[in-house]
Design a protein around this ligand. Structure first.
Ligand SMILES: [Zn+2]
Length: 847
């Protein structure tokens, strides 16, 4: 596996820890299964995102990033990288994730530089990388192109302005155009209407005058115009709107549009009247509206809600901008990936994400890979100043390959970060060299990551895998859920609601954090994480610790490590047969869940087995035999069973809680140096024993019934009342009679007598009827002195009850008091009445 390299933008969040916990569970199990495992760690330079962080930090210190020299800026970036890389490594180590640290990689290390360059050159030579003038998403604050995936679209409140474009031939009227961006009026090359719109039949072919700048532009028709929007006429600004750009491409007769914005989206250029130069979009808009109003061309303006794209990195409103950039042609790369996923060659878990995946792949756009920033791999292109040829080569060229000139300019841009990360599954194994590592471990097995980078990263790794290696990069993709806080908000750095994992590890331990992240939330669902979840995990680990501490002296008695399952004879003790059978089921189930990429469910199976079956039931029952009260053969058989089950349980828990399981395993007799490398047990070492399970269910049911009767009768701990059971049939009778000692000990009753079908019920006893028969419990007679105490208690409760009942009888109270107070009063009265009833039963048993 490759570890998705975390961005050096920040440090690890709980979301990273969740993914790492899933991966570690998978890799540790595979290692114990004796498979060759490799888990490669690394970090990502995260180009633009990191530059934004550094820019922000410097701004706080009063330094403008843009004013630093190139060297000083790179030094700041490098300093940031080193700090964050160090903390990420510290966090990963603290979590106990078993990555291969000797193979740690960085997306800008020399081997990554080589791989990135190689991929670019290969794609360029195959015609899959090209330079072109395309509409890009321009971030005017960061002054770079950003990817479609980095644009966040939300509905915002703006103003829709209706502007009249007068006819240029002096004819009456004109055309009314509705726009939210009147400041782009200086870039207009036409006004377009729908070809079937009768309102404009006379206008088509004529010219209108663009307000303020008084340029003549034609009225054209295009089917892309929506006749229901505004008055059905669209101003065409091809350099700053993707739809306008498409329309302009269909109308080659139109004038070449001029650029009206600089890199910061301030008005500029020959097309813009001087008084508007230098204004940013918002200010320019206000000035243009005022000028339109002054010229009498502003028809009206109205509030308007529509979707606006902002840069995920800087929150600036993204400017669609026609710009010369480098692109990867995606359709030919996507085709084999779609086929592979459809054919099941790569499987996505959970399967529901398949739909989103195919939808994106089917509509895939070319990928703009150039960024106008400092932090990243330089684009390996040198343009000849003499003849204009782009020299694209693995080694930095010294002469133009076409004209031989040595006047070469390196491309000023850098590559999008993902252009390196998409090579990760093979670049980390030595590609483009044909290394032994690459031959052995590519394709990788599993990729575990968050679905938020399904398109940024996962889909692109698939494309590069088939392109450069002719094979899938991994067999399975597992998307974890998003970790949320207790109020259901996604944890994020911006909200400040994500705790620092190192603090949690320091306070509660790495295993508690890992187990808490996996359980009880399914790892593939979004789920809340808070202290309650962490406490739940820690309580489980404490339970496990206490269990093994209790068991250690018993199971260490033999001194030998556990090798095989104990072979129980036909007459073996029920609890031993039962726990082996339950272990077998837990083993099988947790195994199936891990195979099916349900690590949380696997953890839940083990949790329930350890807590409810092994600790709460089996150990409670087995204590008697372990103490030697049932004779030495029973003690020996029970020790062997307990020791086997604990050994196997620790092995199965190891992938989830490696530290605690390793520690406990060493406290018991064991073979081998580490649990981490001990063999993974086969699930079928012991056979299921359905008979033992049914019989134990009967025993536990009897215990439950008797305990409930005790609770109903409020019989305090030291009392051991007599009990009776009238079994519903001979099978139940046989089991309960044989297991009488267990039932009486666990239910704390005695003696226990069995009633035949015709026998009378014990007089004065509390009774219950259930599937296994009738259970009765003797009500203890009140002891001397106790009667008086109960009478006093009864009198007190009666006074209280009267008071509550008087309140409830008062109509004024019921009408005025808040409903919850009335409800509480009613509950209180009911509870008091119930307590009085109980006392009455004790005072007059049998009545
Ligand atoms: Zn040249």
């Amino acid at each position: 596996m490759v570890l998705p390299p975390p961005n050096v933008t920040g440090v690890l969040t709980l979301g990273h820890m969740l993914g790492d916990s899933v991966m570690d569970a998978l890799v540790r199990r595979a290692r114990m299964q004796g498979r060759a495992t490799l888990w490669v760690p690394g970090v990502d330079h995260a180009g633009l995102a990191t530059q934004v962080e550094v820019r922000r930090r410097l701004a706080k210190e009063g330094v403008r990033f843009e004013e630093l020299s190139r060297e000083a800026a790179l030094a700041e970036l490098e300093r940031w990288r080193a700090e964050h890389e160090r903390r990420i490594i510290e966090q990963t180590r603290a979590g106990g994730f078993s990555v291969d640290w000797s193979r740690f990689r960085y997306t800008m290390d020399p081997a990554s530089v080589r791989a990135t360059r190689d991929a670019f050159v290969a794609l360029y030579r195959d015609g899959l990388v090209y330079r072109g003038e395309r509409m890009v998403n321009w971030d005017p604050r960061l002054r770079t192109a950003i990817s479609d995936l980095e644009v966040v679209n939300t509905e915002e409140e703006t103003t829709l302005v209706h502007v009249r474009y007068p006819f240029a031939d002096g004819g009456l009227g004109g055309i009314e155009v509705a726009t939210v961006r009147p400041e782009t009026i200086f870039g207009d090359v036409a006004v377009a209407v729908h070809p079937d719109d009768p309102r404009y039949a006379d206008a088509v072919g004529r010219y209108v005058s663009v307000p303020i700048s008084h340029r003549r532009v034609p009225v054209i028709t295009d089917p892309a115009v929506d006749p229901t929007f505004g008055a059905g006429a669209l101003k065409i600004t091809p350099r700053h709107d993707p739809v306008d750009r498409e329309i302009a491409l269909r109308h080659p007769e139109l004038a070449t549009p001029v650029e009206i914005f600089d890199e910061s989206a301030r008005l500029t250029g020959a097309g813009v009247p001087a008084e508007f130069h230098g204004y940013e979009r918002e200010e320019a808009r206000a000035k243009v509206i005022a000028a339109l109003d002054h010229a009498g061309l502003l028809v009206r303006s109205e509030p308007y809600r529509h979707s606006i794209g902002r840069s995920e990195r800087s929150d600036a409103v993204v400017e669609p901008r026609l710009s010369t950039q480098w692109f990867v042609r995606m359709a030919p790369l996507a085709a084999p990936v779609v086929a592979a996923v459809r054919a099941g060659e790569i499987r996505i878990h959970p399967e529901r994400w398949n739909r989103a995946f195919f939808r994106w792949m089917d509509g895939i756009q070319d990928w703009c890979i150039s960024r106008q920033i400092l932090w990243g791999h330089p684009i390996p292109v040198h343009t000849c100043r003499a003849c204009g040829t782009a020299n694209v080569a693995l080694e930095t060229p010294t002469r133009c390959e076409r004209c031989g000139s040595s006047e070469l300019s390196p491309d000023p841009d850098v590559l999008d970060t993902w252009f390196t990360s998409w090579l990760w599954p093979f670049a980390t194994l030595g590609w483009p060299e044909r290394t032994e590592l690459l031959e052995r471990y590519y394709p990788t097995s599993v990729l575990v990551t968050g679905r938020d980078i399904m398109f940024f990263w996962v889909a692109r790794m698939m494309m590069s895998g088939y392109r450069f290696r002719g094979d899938r990069p991994f067999r399975d993709v597992y998307f974890t859920g998003m970790v949320q806080d207790e109020t259901g908000r996604r944890m994020s750095k911006h909200l400040g609601n994500s705790p620092e994992p190192l603090d949690l590890i320091r306070e509660r331990g790495a295993d508690a954090l890992r187990f808490g992240l996996l359980f009880p939330n399914p790892a593939s669902e979004d789920g809340p994480f808070g202290m309650a979840v962490l406490d739940g995990a820690r309580n489980f680990l404490t339970k496990l610790w206490n269990l093994v501490r209790f068991a250690a002296p018993h199971v260490s008695a033999g001194g030998d490590a556990v090798r095989d399952a104990p072979s129980l004879t036909r007459g073996a003790r029920l609890e031993n047969r039962w726990i082996l059978s339950r272990y077998r089921r837990a083993a099988e189930e947790s195994e199936a869940e891990l195979d099916g990429f349900e690590p949380s469910r696997a953890a839940a199976v083990l949790y329930r087995f350890v807590w409810h079956e092994l600790a709460d039931r089996y150990v409670e029952i087995a204590k008697d035999a372990l103490a030697g009260r049932q004779g030495e053969p029973a003690a020996r058989e029970t020790r062997a069973t307990l020791r086997f089950v604990i050994d196997r349980t620790l092995r199965r828990l190891h992938p989830f809680v490696p530290h605690l399981s390793e520690e406990l395993w060493h406290a018991l007799p064991h073979d081998g140096e580490f649990l981490a490398t001990a063999p993974w047990p086969a699930a079928d070492e012991v056979a299921p024993d359905a008979e033992a399970e049914v019989e134990m269910e009967t025993v536990l049911e009897a215990v439950r019934l008797l305990r409930n009767l005790r609770a109903d009768e409020a019989i305090a701990a030291p009392a051991v009342p007599a009990a009776w059971i009238r079994p519903s049939g001979p099978e139940v009778a046989r089991v309960l009679e044989r297991e009488t000692a267990t039932v009486t000990r666990l239910a704390r009753v005695g003696p226990l007598e069995f009633l035949s079908a015709g026998a009378a019920s014990p007089p004065g006893a509390a009774g219950r009827v259930a599937e296994l028969g009738e259970c009765y419990l003797a009500r203890p007679a009140p002891a001397a002195g106790e009667t008086e105490a109960l009478e006093r208690e009864r009198a007190k409760l009666t006074r209280l009850l009267d008071k509550e009942q008087r309140r409830l009888a008062d109509e004024g109270f019921c009408a005025r008091a808040p409903p919850e107070v009335v409800r509480a009063t009613r509950d209180k009265a009911r509870e008091l009445a119930e307590r009085i009833r109980r006392i009455d039963e004790h005072l007059r048993p049998g009545v």
